[in-house]
Ligand binder design. Sequence first.
Ligand SMILES: C[S@@+](CC[C@H](N)C(=O)[O-])C[C@H]1O[C@@H](n2cnc3c(N)ncnc32)[C@H](O)[C@@H]1O
Length: 229
Amino acid sequence: MSWDERFAEHYDEWAAGMTEDVPFYVELAREADGPLVELAVGSGRVAIAVARETGRCVIGIDTSPAMLELARAAAAEAGVELDLRLGDMRELSLEEPAALITCPFRALLHLPTWADRRRTFERVAASLRPGGRFAWNAFAFDHHIASRLDRQHHDEPVAHTLRYAVADNRIDITLDGGGTSSLWWATKNEWLGLIDVSGLELEALYGGFDRRPLDDESREYVVVATRPD
Ligand SMILES: C[S@@+](CC[C@H](N)C(=O)[O-])C[C@H]1O[C@@H](n2cnc3c(N)ncnc32)[C@H](O)[C@@H]1O
């Protein structure tokens, strides 16, 4: 299972340290002329900021009822409009083509197989307007980090243990109090291949949210792809 409902209880604490992505996604939303969609919207961490900063509704899609409930409550508290939908990104279908589809905080890595990702990219390409953008981020696998973290217990940000299953390019996160989540890492060429097979075009591949170029020291892929006109 890639996402256990019990993770929701600790999600906001888990994600509290991740803030640098928000201005990047807000800026893309400001530039988008048309519907805004976030895949795997989770607790609305990014979508709420986008809705607040643009004054526009964000469609948020997620498979987790518990995460959507968090997003609903947080949006109400923030006084912003989110159109929250229970759904799987692999089955994305919109009434109106989007100007911007995003998938922040490595959420595409919750899809286990190439087929899952190809299907998602195809659905994204079919759901964008000509000239519309798809933006996401994912970590670059670093075996130094993996060997340091594998099977280790960590107290922060929520007590948990990490397990690397290298043959399956998978990381399992297990929270002490229960709740698991798995991520399947991908290489640069896998991301470029997904853009290629889905008929999108690479607009930018950054090495960070400050739009620095990707280089050998980068540990994050920050990607913007475009549906051709
Ligand atoms: C790391 S959270 C990301 C949440 C949010 N995008 C953020 O930036 O904080 C991952 C989310 O992906 C969702 N998810 C996992 N697989 C999914 C799928 N196939 N379709 C839609 N959502 C999915 C989980 O339910 C969870 O809410």
